[in-house]
Design a protein around this ligand. Structure first.
Ligand code: ZN
Length: 183
């Protein structure tokens, strides 16, 4: 299963949604992750002005430490659960040195035309990023749906929210292509 992160280039800044993993950890070693960390790819990490975590499972926040000092937007509920609940994530990756969370409570406009919306389901503190474009809304959905079938037949509040936006494209963290498939 691939783990993708997404970059939103906006005149007001360059936003990274989720940060993947940069190393393995005894807690996930049995999954034998093949690492392609952000700091070893052709992306200028210094150009990122803000980070959004859709949620704080380990495969979405493992690179947060690369962005020490820059704002990392997360729903307050998600941060609380990641810090308080056992077996939720890898806590030292969540609270790596210098990670600077901006806690969001509900809907939030990050930049003009770029909104964070709570999308409970995969976790109760999950959020999605909605980018308004000329073609319609583009959604970066994290794990609100893990595979396309969950958007075809939505069950959770977050999945139904995505469908209600009538999006042009939805990007999932673990899918190679966007939904809906276009021929
Ligand atoms: Zn997850």
């Amino acid at each position: 299963m691939p783990v993708y992160v997404h970059v939103i280039d906006h005149p007001g800044g360059r936003v990274l949604v989720d940060t993947g993993m940069t190393e393995s950890h005894p807690a996930v070693a049995d999954m034998d992750p093949r690492l392609e960390p952000l700091n070893e790819q052709r992306i200028d990490l210094d150009s990122i002005t803000a980070v959004v975590n859709t949620h704080l499972h380990f495969d979405h926040c493992g690179g947060n430490h690369l962005f020490a000092g820059r704002p990392v937007y997360v729903q307050r509920q998600e941060l609380e659960d990641a810090r308080m609940q056992d077996d939720y994530t890898i806590r030292e990756w969540v609270d790596a040195a210098g990670v600077n969370y901006v806690e969001v409570d509900g809907e939030f406009e990050l930049l003009p035309g770029v909104r964070l919306l709570p999308a409970p389901g995969h976790t109760r503190g999950s959020q999605i990023v909605v980018v308004e474009t000329d073609e319609g809304a583009i959604v970066v959905a994290g794990d609100t749906a893990v595979w396309f079938g969950e958007l075809d037949e939505p069950v959770t509040e977050g999945q139904r929210l995505i469908r209600s936006l009538n999006p042009h494209q939805v990007w999932l963290a673990h899918a190679d292509e966007s939904w809906p498939a276009r021929s």
